[in-house]
Ligand binder design. Sequence first.
Ligand SMILES: [Zn+2]
Ligand SMILES: [Zn+2]
Length: 139
Amino acid sequence: MGEGPAAARLPVHPDTQGSGRGLEVIGAEYTQEQIAVGEWVRRLAANSARGWKAFYHTTEWQRARGKALKRDHGMCQRCRREGWYTKATTVHHLKHLRDAPELALTMENLESLCAACHEREHPERHRRRIANELIPERW
Ligand SMILES: [Zn+2]
Ligand SMILES: [Zn+2]
């Protein structure tokens, strides 16, 4: 399973690139591999005390995460679009894991983010964590 064919299968419309909206289209045409990944992730979540978090402890995720960070040169992609160079600490699922476990390992669904940008993507959780990370205010 190389990087090339998987990337070629999922073109992202330039108008929607990075917004996550272009990924709506993918929903209708998951590959066999993505469907298998989706079943695997759902099963992991159902059978583990950690629930959905169990996925983040798998070597499959560690590998996909490493690939995404390498592709993004270890830089936060949101900050980069605003002209900042910030080290990424997290790889975020544009379509959240629970909503589209089929895309859990799909490179086009992954985005390297810094802690501050990632917090902004998940306003529903961890207000607490951001206070502990001593993120310098830059704006
Ligand atoms: Zn950022
Ligand atoms: Zn996230």
